[in-house]
Design a protein around this ligand. Structure first.
Ligand SMILES: [Zn+2]
Length: 266
């Protein structure tokens, strides 16, 4: 079994004419790569024809039980005013956690507008996912999501499960060292096998070395994900299988840890 814990329904490099087609491509990508379920991350930009927001993602997914959703509140535009809305979504099993986009948006993970969401997620035992690292062609934005801030949050909310996306590329070794001792930090491996990420980080062998150390320290806390459609699913599958971790660990990374962290009914 395999769960892709980090996908978007979006139009990327002309792969689709609309979001319905993009969703069809996602289903094809899952069939081609034997992926059984996916966690779709809606964008916090609303009503865009190019990327599905929560409402659109809900509409597309409908009753297809292979798909799960996260919430993505608008911290800049609406501050913490939507905590109740997102709590209802979690309680009604519409969403399995909340994604934050520091670096796409200009706020730090420690921003006080985020704190009520963290408290709510901790209370409801659902994870938060935090976008980290550079954005393609924009190194400045990584200042917003430095793992040192994420460690602060993890210590302030010790029962909150915090998933770091993209391993703060290209400074993965710094991210490893900064988060090493922190129990409630998890990683999804989305984007880490992407060509640009691999090149900027120092090559695939370096990445494998950091991932092996991470998995050695915390095999229950590393989760398969891709960042499809921006990133290629096969490359991410190959990165994991090429580390020859053994079936037991591979199963954890490919699906067991995602089920556990996101409380998936699988
Ligand atoms: Zn993403």
């Amino acid at each position: 079994m395999k769960i892709n814990s980090h996908v978007h329904i979006s139009i990327f490099e002309g792969n689709a004419n609309n979001l319905e087609e993009s969703f069809a491509l996602l289903k094809k990508d899952m069939a081609d790569n034997n992926i059984d379920a996916s966690i779709v991350i809606p964008d916090n930009i609303e009503n865009s024809p190019n990327v599905a927001d929560l409402e659109m993602a809900q509409k597309l997914i409908k009753d297809d039980n292979r798909f799960y959703l996260l919430g993505s509140p608008q911290i800049i535009q609406r501050g913490s005013s939507e905590v109740r809305k997102y709590e209802e979504l979690i309680k009604n099993n519409v969403t399995k956690g909340i994604k934050f986009f520091p670096g796409h948006d200009p706020y730090y993970p420690t921003d006080e507008r985020c704190l009520p969401y963290y408290k709510m997620c901790e209370k409801n035992n659902v994870p938060i996912l935090i976008h980290t690292g550079e954005n393609s062609g924009d190194s400045e934005c990584a200042k917003w999501n430095d793992p040192k801030y994420i460690v602060e949050i993890a210590q302030k909310y010790p029962k909150l499960k915090i998933v770091i996306a993209h391993y703060f590329w290209p400074k993965m070794d710094y991210c490893y060292a900064t988060t090493k001792e922190v129990e409630n930090i998890y990683f999804d491996l989305s984007a880490v096998a992407d060509d640009e990420v691999v090149e900027m980080t120092g090559g695939i062998e370096k990445i494998k070395g950091i991932l092996k150390k991470t998995i050695n320290d915390r095999s229950d806390k590393v989760i398969f994900g891709t960042d499809w459609p921006m990133c290629d699913t096969k490359k991410h599958l190959e990165l994991i299988t090429s580390m020859e971790l053994g079936k037991n660990i591979e199963d954890k990374i490919f699906y067991k840890n995602a089920i556990e962290v996101y409380n998936l009914p699988l």
